[in-house]
Design a protein. Structure first.
Length: 462
């Protein structure tokens, strides 16, 4: 009996050790489960917070986008009202005492689009912690590559040469300069892509723009479709700062596919945009690389385009003060400010193409050459690109936000990866109808990798 009792006592001691080990393992499992639940919960919280933040940014962008639509429409409505008030007065606005020639539109600064318009100046605003920068540029300041699809072979070849020259000029003088030979190959590659699409591997859906009698011809949705072509690099579609702080622009700053969605016969009854096919560019807003690429330097001297660039950067002569009515106090118009709060001083604009006569080298051309130049230019814009950059600072100290001393500092801030950023682009057609203006989105919402840089006539701000 005693021996049996001792044996049971040893068994109980062994069981106590196993139970302790089992309890420890169960505790570890419980801790792992709790840790996993905590990790999943925190991850879900972060995901929810990020989705909420992005939704807030998208709502802020949408709000600013709708306001930009309305601003562009109001700009056109003001032009319509100015045209309808007093054509005779409008005719003499650019030249006191001068009247328009029969059949010519009245000369009126309010009816043209230029760098002096409020929509052209980038603006900054904020919604709570969300900082936004609004940048608008007219697509009519760029040359339309769809002109290479002109039915007339001579016109199509002329458009090909123009695209080639503009590509050659786009990054001229920078470390990323596109050589003349490469520019010609890129232009020809774009033309082949649009005119001989059956020779490319990418599938093509049947579109409204598809010509069933010429299935090889097709219109690209966006300029980015050209990325897949030989010779094109991703860097060609990006804006960035190169060596010695040089501004290097994407080729999309100079070329477009949006200013004439219609190819072939233009039918006003179709409700589609009807214009000059993107053949002409706005002389008030077109970059110098575009202007100087419109015609060969053997036809028109480069100095003429330089004269146009210099003219639109000269300070506008103030008008002589008119006698005010007795007892009526003169009220100075509110000055226009840039995004840094600095006053924008008025500069010369081309109220009509007749003002090209003020350019010395243009006046030296013969009538045929003058006509060729005038056919390549216009003073109004109908299609606009709106780029909105939304940003939320993730730094601990956000007191410096929206306080910049230079354009470069501002642009770098909205392009750096140190904060949460979202860049959205919208392309719209501003269509004048009867007594109103309608904004027709061509690209409603497109997310970009980074914000584009504004093309400056004289990049050296100092």
């Amino acid at each position: 009996m005693k021996i049996f009792s001792k044996s049971l006592s040893g068994a109980k001691d062994a069981c106590r050790g196993a139970a302790l080990l089992m309890a420890f393992l169960v505790l570890i499992v419980i801790i792992a489960i709790v840790y996993q639940i905590n990790t999943v919960t925190l991850t879900d919280e972060r995901i929810t917070y990020n989705e909420l933040t992005r939704a807030q940014m998208d709502l802020a962008i949408e709000s600013v986008l709708l306001q930009s639509y309305e601003d562009l429409a109001e700009d056109a409505r003001a032009a319509q009202a100015s045209e309808g008030d007093d054509p005779g007065a409008a005719a003499g606005a650019g030249d006191p005492g001068a009247a328009s020639e029969p059949g010519e539109p009245p000369r009126n600064p309010d009816t043209v689009d230029s760098r002096m318009d409020r929509w052209y100046t980038p603006q900054s605003t904020s919604f709570g912690d969300i900082q936004l920068r609004i940048f608008i540029r007219d697509e009519d300041s760029k040359y339309n590559v769809l002109n290479m699809l002109q039915p007339d072979e001579w016109l199509a070849d002329l458009a090909l040469q123009r695209v080639s020259r503009i590509l050659d000029n786009a990054r001229g003088g920078t470390s990323e300069d596109i050589s003349t030979g490469d520019a010609q190959e890129l232009a020809y590659s774009m033309k082949s892509y649009m005119a001989e699409r059956l020779g490319f591997d990418n599938p093509q859906p049947l579109l409204l723009t598809t010509d069933l009698e010429n299935e090889e011809q097709s219109v690209p949705f966006t300029f980015s479709e050209f990325r897949i072509l030989p010779g094109f690099e991703d860097a060609m579609f990006e804006d960035y700062f190169g060596e010695d702080d040089e501004r290097i622009h994407a080729i999309t700053s100079f070329l477009t596919v949006y200013t004439s969605p219609v190819v072939g016969a233009e039918d006003e009854a179709s409700g589609l945009p009807v214009g000059n096919g993107g053949w002409g560019v706005n002389v008030n807003t077109a970059p110098f690389a575009v202007l100087s690429g419109l015609l060969d330097s053997r036809e028109v001297p480069l100095s003429m385009w330089e004269g146009i660039r210099d003219y639109r950067n000269e300070a506008e002569d103030p008008l002589e003060d008119e006698e005010s009515e007795e007892g009526v106090e003169d009220v100075e118009p509110e000055p226009m400010l840039d995004e840094f709060g600095e006053e924008i001083f008025p500069k010369q604009i081309f109220d009509s193409l007749d003002e090209l006569e003020e350019i010395y080298d243009f006046g030296a051309l013969n009538e045929t050459e003058k006509s060729t130049v005038s056919e390549s230019l216009e003073v109004t814009s109908n299609v606009f690109e709106i780029v909105i950059a939304a940003r939320i600072s993730t730094a601990s100290d956000v007191s410096q936000r929206l306080e910049f001393e230079s354009r470069r500092e501002q642009e770098e801030y909205f392009r750096s990866g140190e904060h949460l950023v979202r860049v959205v682009r919208s392309v719209v057609w501003r269509r004048a109808m009867d007594d109103d203006v309608v904004i027709v989105p061509l690209v409603r919402w497109e997310v970009l990798d980074n914000a584009p840089l504004q093309v400056l006539d004289f990049p050296d701000e100092k």
